[in-house]
Design a protein around this ligand. Structure first.
Ligand SMILES: [Zn+2]
Length: 402
């Protein structure tokens, strides 16, 4: 019996000890977690206190020699892209024909920069959905906007690389709604092809969003520049109806004027900021200035039309690199002056300088601009020089920039 009691006490004591030690364990966990939390808090605070430009320097000075070279694919055959498109069971024949026709020259001309295996797989599995702009609310007896968020931001489409899916939003006005609108299907035949092609162009890029900020106005702008050149040269439509990107496509045209052609092509199909950083460092080995230029682009508020202060930051940074490279006043570049004119953010001084160059009086106007070609062979052949469409004494006149 005694031994039983002893055993019991032994057991009890042991369990008491365990209890104590388990309390100790909890204390330890709480202490450790608190310590980790405090350290975490200190790191976050420090990170916030360090200027972004230093973080940028830390990130990119580690690996200054960004290696990026794909094996030459000169003999790449477009047939394998064609058969990947053919194998896609989710898209219509009409869409397949469009994809084949519109992608061929862009893929062939840029094949050394494109991850073709990835593109083929994406094209084979691509899904496209079409969202109608309105739905009919029976209770209210009226049409309601289906996607108010996208509608407000003026988004015509998007490409999600993770789900490999394009979504196209219908672009119609209330007065265009027909009697049978509710029963009508919104599909490829009715969608805005330029918007479709813009999203398709995202599919050609790696979407390697290794950017200094999480969003990338730069990749959007360059994507749109390629869209315009490759789409419009085939669609044979020089009437730039989609003005949605006009405020910031200037970033793409500016870099097209500043950086070598292969650098921009590489960036377009890889979306890695390192490529642009390396290109800029070759003009001037100054990471601070590179940071300023890139952050001015990516912090530009594209949804706030006429972001004048954002525009000025960008302009000053561009001017820095432009004048380092060409040893020439940036305002002597008439093409650039014209592109900036299109943004409506230009100063009056620059506008007057441009009008003087084009021999326009103060009452004459520049009503449209057709930029010269940079990347698409077809487009460049059609547009060797930038064109300004002007209204002189009430008459439309086309002026070519020499
Ligand atoms: Zn886009």
């Amino acid at each position: 019996m005694n031994s039983l009691i002893k055993n019991f006490q032994k057991k009890y004591c042991i369990s008491q000890k365990n209890k104590e030690s388990s309390f100790g364990f909890f204390k330890w966990v709480i202490k450790t977690e608190l310590t980790i939390l405090i350290i975490f808090f200190i790191i976050i605070t420090m990170y916030k206190l360090i200027p972004q430009s230093i973080i940028f320097q830390m990130k990119y000075s580690i690996n200054k020699h960004f290696i990026y070279d794909k094996n030459s694919q000169e003999h790449y055959n477009f047939d394998s892209v064609k058969s990947a498109i053919l194998r896609n069971n989710s898209i219509s024949e009409h869409e397949k024909n469009f994809l084949n026709l519109f992608l061929e020259s862009e893929i062939k001309e840029n094949v050394n920069y494109i991850d073709t295996k990835k593109i083929e797989s994406r094209l084979e599995n691509l899904k496209v959905t079409y969202n109608k702009k309105y739905y009919y609310d029976k209770k209210e007896g009226e049409y309601i906007v289906s996607n108010p968020k996208y509608e407000m931001l003026g988004i015509a489409g998007k490409y999600n690389a993770f789900f490999n899916k394009i979504t196209i939003y219908e672009q119609i006005n209330e007065y265009e709604i027909s009697k049978n609108y509710n029963e009508e299907k919104f599909d490829f035949s009715k969608c805005n092809k330029e918007a479709y092609f813009h999203e398709l162009n995202h599919l050609l890029s790696n979407n390697n969003l290794n950017t200094i900020t999480n969003k990338s106005n730069l990749s959007e702008a360059i994507n749109e520049l390629f869209t315009r050149e490759y789409y419009y040269s085939l669609a044979n439509n020089n009437d730039f109806q989609d003005k949605g990107y006009d405020e910031y496509i200037i970033f793409a045209y500016s870099l097209a004027e500043l950086l070598p052609e292969n650098v921009v092509r590489k960036y377009k199909f890889d979306n890695n900021d390192s490529i642009i950083i390396k290109g800029l460092l070759e003009i001037d080995n100054n990471l601070d200035e590179v940071y300023k230029l890139l952050s001015s682009i990516n912090s530009f508020n594209i949804y706030q039309r006429k972001d004048k202060s954002g525009y000025m930051k960008f302009y000053n940074s561009l001017k820095y690199f432009y004048e380092k490279k060409y040893n020439q006043d940036i305002n002597d570049n008439i093409d650039l002056l014209l592109y900036f004119y299109g943004t409506s953010l230009q100063s009056n001084d620059e506008k007057n300088k441009l009008k003087k160059y084009l021999n326009l009086s103060s009452s004459d106007e520049i009503i449209d601009i057709i930029p010269k070609g940079y990347y698409s062979n077809n487009y460049t052949q059609m547009h060797e020089k930038t064109i300004a469409i002007c209204k002189i004494n009430g008459q439309k006149k086309i002026i070519e920039i020499e």
